[in-house]
Unconditional design. Structure first.
Length: 322
């Protein structure tokens, strides 16, 4: 709270390059949306990736560690006036900045009533902020889970508030090994999103324990520190900024391996949907998928965007649209 509320006033105040990692070229729809976000909100943004998934129209989204609200205001435009975005953050100063600009953004977007709200609270205890079971389609987080001492509680709460078929789409920093006590207690390295980084293999075990489908890697890029003194403290550990997607697949889903055809209906991804590092779906092309991917597509908001055949050939699965 002190580091992000008082010590950091703008992006340039960061001591390392961790939170300025490029997420690659932005889609035009995202670039245009970003241009409409207030400059103070953008200046106090400290993310490490891009957490703008696809197929968002009318969705309810929760942003864990929403900070100044940049991602919330981006998503506010993409879900539309019938959608809703909730941001929660533990730092009073950041929540104040986000709240201050609600009216500005609703006017800019041409909305009759706000479709965003900001809460002060802890992502390990979403119930304390009044967030109910199965109330969101998507949970996002941008370079914040590393700041939580109890990652298991964060994922457990995200799973709780997601609807069946919902998704957790998040970017964070991961370590190549378990971190020493000296690193984990280093104040600056903690604030810079490094000392609290999860050993990447632990993400897979925690996700499975909580109930999510196995993590699907979307993008990853090495993190450079850019600070000789802090590099000396870290030693031979390496860090990576990575975006993963986790799905809350209903327990009664009995999907089998099969074939899917993307219909090209998602705005901004009409010709090609890069789902993750393993699967890219091109409009009209037949793609073989394993049972895990078939279950994700069948049970999630993507169901209506695909023709899905599992098991016997030409046996199309019934579709439902979110």
């Amino acid at each position: 709270q002190d580091y992000y509320g008082k010590e950091l006033q703008k992006l340039e105040d960061l001591k390392t390059n961790t939170c300025v990692t490029s997420a690659g070229p932005l889609p035009k729809v995202v670039r245009d949306a970003l241009e409409r976000v207030h400059e103070e909100v953008v200046a106090r943004y400290y993310g490490c990736g891009l957490v703008i998934p696809e197929c968002l129209e009318s969705c309810r989204i929760l942003d864990l560690g929403s900070g100044s609200g940049r991602d919330c205001y981006l998503l506010s435009q993409l879900v539309g006036e019938r959608g809703h975005v909730t941001g929660i953050d533990m730092t009073e100063g950041q929540v104040e900045v986000a709240k201050k600009h609600i009216a500005y953004h609703m006017d800019k977007f041409g909305y009759q009533k706000p479709n965003v709200e900001f809460l002060q609270g802890y992502m390990e205890r979403l119930g304390d902020a009044g967030l109910a079971d199965e109330s969101y389609d998507i949970v996002i987080s941008n370079c914040v889970i590393n700041l939580a001492p109890d990652k298991r509680a964060v994922l457990r709460e995200a799973y709780r508030v997601l609807k069946p078929g919902g998704e957790m789409y998040f970017s964070d920093v991961y370590a190549s090994q378990h971190l020493s006590e000296a690193i984990r207690k280093h104040r600056v390295l903690w604030g810079e999103c490094l000392a609290g980084a999860l050993y990447w293999k632990d993400l897979y075990s925690i996700a499975e324990e909580v109930g999510f489908s196995p993590p699907r890697l979307v993008t990853a890029s090495p993190v450079t520190i850019g600070n000789k003194e802090l590099e000396g403290v870290i030693g031979d550990c390496r860090f990576v900024s990575a975006t993963f997607r986790l799905f809350k697949v209903p327990g009664n889903n009995q999907a089998r391996p099969g074939q899917v055809i993307y219909n090209g209906g998602i705005m901004g991804h009409e010709r090609e949907l890069v789902f993750d590092a393993s699967f890219t779906f091109k409009e009209g092309e037949v793609v073989d998928v394993d049972a895990e991917m078939a279950a994700i597509l069948q049970s999630s908001r993507f169901a209506g965007e695909f023709l899905i055949r599992t098991g016997k050939a030409n046996a199309a699965a019934p579709q439902s649209c979110c």
